[in-house]
Design a protein around this ligand. Structure first.
Ligand SMILES: Nc1ncnc2c1ncn2[C@@H]1O[C@H](COP(=O)(O)OP(=O)(O)OP(=O)(O)O)[C@@H](O)[C@H]1O
Length: 237
């Protein structure tokens, strides 16, 4: 069997001595969109941040392509093809989109000579970026800021994308406008996506598999069609 792109084995993470994830096991398979849903405080963001090296783990293993990662840190993960779209968009309001992208390319370590092409590629995936490219991020709508945040995460041409609640504050129609281009890219390239979402109904439309978390543990694994009717979803909350 092909190794999981990202996997945890007995992962323990917490804050101030209190574990949020306590022996957490999960696997993101190659080429899938895995949707992670669950109550507030279940530990979804903590998992994403830990996988990307922003929160240190206390115990357990994180494996990339089946290989145990001794050191988990954002730069190494970016170089290995993993990218994070953080919760709350993480854009700098005073920077223009152009400046944000320049900084992103520098941070991702993209060689200077490859930068124009890389930018063109991101804009081919997210053409809307062009329409507000010279504007300061702080003047953009929530949906536009989210496009910037996703565009920045795509600069490294990741094969694995971690997305933390990209739909927050967006109308359902905007959610689909935002995520359909990513789903198209994912289906074309075989990218793997771990998507944390509260907007379950919309997220299920672009997911291949769903896991439901409660208090730091997985309480259910399902296919989107298994949760298609509202009653089944309500049982989980
Ligand atoms: N930096 C932090 N310091 C202390 N406690 C934290 C920190 N970040 C998260 N927590 C706590 O860890 C628990 C899990 O939070 P986390 O944000 O991972 O959950 P979540 O499932 O993503 O929920 P939400 O949907 O509300 O973001 C919560 O009890 C939260 O209060």
């Amino acid at each position: 069997m092909t190794a999981a792109v990202l996997q945890t084995d007995g992962l323990v993470v917490g804050y101030g001595g209190r574990p949020v994830l306590d022996g957490f096991d999960f696997a993101l398979r190659p080429g899938e969109v895995l949707c992670l849903i669950g109550h507030n405080g279940a530990g979804k963001s903590t998992l994403l941040k830990t996988l990307f090296g922003l929160v240190p783990r206390q115990a357990g293993r994180i494996l990339l392509d089946g290989r145990d990662l001794a050191v988990v840190q954002p730069r190494a993960l970016t170089a290995a093809g993993v990218s994070l779209v953080p919760e709350g968009r993480g854009v700098f309001p005073g920077l223009t989109v152009a400046e944000t992208m320049s900084m992103g390319m520098w941070a991702a370590g993209i060689p200077k000579e490859q930068r124009p092409q890389r930018l063109e590629w991101v804009m081919s995936v997210l053409p809307a970026l062009k329409t507000f490219y010279q504007q300061r991020a702080g003047t953009l709508s929530g949906g536009q800021q989210q496009i910037v945040s996703i565009g920045r995460a795509l600069l490294s041409q990741p094969r694995c994308l971690l997305m933390d609640e990209p739909s927050i504050g967006l109308a359902p129609k905007l959610f689909q406008d935002l995520l359909q281009p990513i789903r198209t890219l994912q289906q074309r390239t075989g990218m793997s996506i771990l998507l944390v979402e509260q907007n379950v109904k919309e997220a299920l439309k672009i997911s291949d598999r769903v896991i439901v978390m409660k208090s730091g543990a997985i309480i259910r694994e399902a296919l989107p069609q298994d949760l298609a009717d509202n009653a089944k979803l309500m049982e989980l909350y």
